[in-house]
Design a binder for this molecule. Sequence first.
Ligand code: HAM
Length: 430
Amino acid sequence: MIQTVRGTRDILPEDAPAWQRVEAAAREAFRRYGFREIRTPIFEKTELFARGVGEATDIVHKEMYTFADRGRDDRPGESLTLRPEATAAVVRAYIQHRMYADKAPGELTKLFYVGPMFRRERPQAGRYRQFYQIGAEVLGASDDPAIEAEVIEMLDWFLKELRITDAELLVNSVGEARERGPYLEQLRAAIAGRLDRLCADCHHRYQTNPLRVFDCKVEGCQPAIAELPTITEALDPASRDHFAQFKAHLDARGLRYTVNPRMVRGLDYYTRTAFEIVGGALGAQNTLVGGGRYDGLSETLGGPPTKGFGFAFGLDRMVLSLPAEEAEAARAADAPDVFIVHLGAEARSRATQLARALRQAGIAVALEFEERKMKKAMAQAGKSRARYALIVGEDEVASGRYGLKDLATGSQESLDLEAIIRSTKATKKH
Ligand code: HAM
């Protein structure tokens, strides 16, 4: 039997409502905060991620699904990559479509996206090779830390909306590339003295970008990493001030956070503010949301000087963190409003007409064509989790009044079509 590829999975109809619930809450958050949707391709030129995310990152160095496209004639095809993240692609689109043109001073471009990403990581609970992200990016001329706090305020609303309460906000500042020089020297020297206590990947990071040593998750490396000097101590006064303002904006909004000077995030484009939201309900893969500022990314990709700030969360992980009652409520809302039980040939024909009329009135109807005995049919209605059973037998066909049974309370009324539409619509869950 052919099965899914390792690290990929099917989201089955029983689970899809929880996914839709998370997605709907995110879309509502974006609507309220003025973000508009962008859909970029699932594959891009490899160079976009190599330059944007950084050659020394784990993502580019070892996790990308890269392939050579078919060439034409004797020319080789170009190197393409399934997107491992979307920020580089969104900034590429921002530059390509000149979204910065015709803007009032200080006007921001606020974009969001939803879709699959691909990373060849070792699969485990909460970590997949095809996973889904919902993310948002704020692009423009302003690097006001108030924007950062507002984006985090939006995430706070979103998490509360989903009743995810055990999440913690971690913040840090990683400074700007130009102020990292002396610090990186100092860091490299500190790592050099501890190489015997660090893994092979850390040795590679030490060579290519020592800051990436902080991304290491290997247990045995942690004591040595804990001794390394942090970038936060080496910030210049402007970055220090930016970070202080950011925290003051969080305080002003009553958003609680913890400063973690060792959190540098696994992508090279970050400047100054970096943040994560970690969830209590998840195991080892507990980072729900990751984001930060990336002021140089547009220029790295050949665009005009642009400031950027954004985040992405793992939809897979957000669904795993959803409280059981929320997931259950989403599943219940997915059930039909009315299940039609029909008894006899004439009733079956009337049932198809009623189903059509109810559906046209906006009601979700389950109609099975199979002829069943009353008891079996009612059991089937219960299994469908419909709110109502609509009973259509010979007498009902003759009188034009049908039995509407509320499956939640057990009460039953005899009603004509119009009254049925009225009562089922009144209790319909949206
Ligand atoms: P990231 O931290 O690489 O950041 O990913 C963001 C989130 O995607 C993670 O916190 C996690 O929830 C989810 N995620 C990542 N890898 C996996 C995986 N293998 N399986 C399941 N979930 C995963 C970025 O991608 C940046 N583009 C975020 C950003 C946007 N920064 C600024 N703007």
